[in-house]
Design a protein around this ligand. Structure first.
Ligand SMILES: NC(=O)C1=CN([C@@H]2O[C@H](COP(=O)(O)OP(=O)(O)OC[C@H]3O[C@@H](n4cnc5c(N)ncnc54)[C@H](O)[C@@H]3O)[C@@H](O)[C@H]2O)C=CC1
Ligand SMILES: O=C(O)C(=O)Cc1ccc(O)cc1
Length: 367
């Protein structure tokens, strides 16, 4: 592991999913990480998994950086307190909304622009649909976007330290204004969360036999519907103006679709449906590929494996021996049979030879 870009110590306030993940990633670089959380169990678990050491009340700490990893609605208050308590530290927060946090912070620090100059709002675009330190991963931010949203008074030094945090955790750094950030995440993060929750909420009363037919389409669309409601209440509320603009557009499309499907054989109806699907295809193809690179179309193949220990490891080892890089992987189980289905995505140019090599080695490739 390369040495850190930070000198430390780094104080992380809030040791839940994100705070503990940041702690784990920085500890792996050898940074002295100090953790504090008002929930004694969240703090104890984060310390136990190796995300840092507990803040001792009497300790005269002089952190280089304070990372506020608390819920969005308390972030500004915690940032303001940290700016006052640690007069030479840079303070960043990682809340999912940026404009509301900065606006509240401005009211808290008033005219003290000296304080505000040490603050940089940031947002790692990486997370999980689970909360708390038990779900933390040191590699959570690897190759994921990390947005820096400095205010107009953030000092060059503060921006440099915030940048060091993101690159220490192997993230890809972007720079947006708080308004630009909130507008972008309304579309790429908050709308998907709402749509996922809306689809999943339809399932609450569905009979179990209908759900037993569920495949990866439903799982893909509803994965983030398992997210923490208390966090999302805060995020959606804080970004309501930007979200409303997008949701009005979704409502128009939905109304159009309802009227088309009310008369599905009427002249023009099929064209309307085809247009809707084509617009979806066009939008989906614009989502960047891995590591923020250009959109990449991968080819999928499905391999059947016996549902017993060691089979998936064996398959991946053999694919490695064949010399093919697996870009993505999903696991599914066949309803009723004792087999697993491993769906693999690879570069299109590698697919034909991989299918042939795996078949020759005795694997059952079904797509
Ligand atoms: N969950 C996700 O996928 C992502 C979350 N974020 C942001 O990261 C922040 C933390 O979220 P998670 O780690 O997911 O939540 P979490 O619920 O796992 O952890 C939040 C922690 O903050 C602590 N806390 C509450 N009040 C506090 C205070 N006044 N001072 C210090 N700590 C306090 C809680 O006890 C809890 O342990 C939020 O602002 C969220 O918007 C950013 C990117 C992704
Ligand atoms: O699980 C996912 O795919 C996410 O997109 C998680 C996530 C949740 C909240 C954020 O502010 C950023 C990322």
């Amino acid at each position: 592991m390369n040495p850190s870009h930070l000198l430390g110590p780094v104080l992380v306030l809030g040791s839940g999913l994100l705070g503990a993940s940041i702690g784990l990633g920085l500890r792996a670089r050898g940074v002295d990480v100090v953790l504090s959380d008002p929930s004694p169990s969240a703090q104890a678990v984060a310390v136990d998994i190796g995300a840092g050491r507990a803040l001792e009340l009497a300790e005269p700490l002089n952190p280089e950086l304070v990372v506020v990893a608390a819920p969005p609605d308390v972030s500004a208050t915690v940032v303001a307190a940290a700016l006052r308590r640690y007069p030479s530290a840079v303070v960043v927060d990682i809340a999912s909304v940026k404009f509301a946090v900065l606006a509240e912070l401005r009211t808290l620090v008033g005219e003290d622009l000296g304080l505000l100059s040490r603050y940089v709002g940031t947002h790692p675009m990486a997370g999980r649909e689970r909360s708390g330190p038990v779900a933390a991963r040191g590699e959570l931010f690897n190759s994921m976007p990390w947005v820096l949203c400095p205010s107009e008074v953030s000092s060059a030094h503060a921006v440099k330290v915030a940048h060091s945090l993101a690159i220490d955790l192997d993230a890809v750094v972007f720079r947006f204004s708080p308004e630009e950030h909130d507008e972008a995440v309304a579309l790429v993060s908050h709308l998907p969360q709402i749509m996922s929750s809306l689809v999943a909420s339809r399932l609450a009363e569905t009979p179990a036999h209908a759900l037993s037919l569920a495949g990866n389409g439903l799982r893909d669309v509803t994965r983030i519907a398992a997210s923490d409601p208390s966090l999302w209440v805060q995020i959606l509320g804080a970004n309501a103006p930007k979200l409303l603009e997008i949701m009005q557009g979704v409502r128009l499309d939905l109304d159009r679709l309802i009227s088309t499907l009310s008369a599905p054989t009427a002249p023009g109806a099929r064209l309307d449906l085809a247009q809707l699907m084509a617009e979806g295809n066009a939008g989906q193809s614009r989502i960047p590929g891995k590591h923020g690179g250009p959109p990449q179309q991968y080819s999928w193949l499905t391999v059947l494996v016996d549902d017993k220990p060691g089979q998936i490891a064996k398959l991946l080892t053999e694919i490695g021996e064949i010399g093919v890089n697996v870009e993505d992987l999903r696991l599914d189980h066949s309803a009723g049979l004792q087999v697993g289905m491993v769906e693999l995505s690879v570069l299109p140019s590698k697919r034909v030879n991989l299918v042939q090599d795996l078949t020759e080695r005795g694997w059952k490739v079904i797509q």
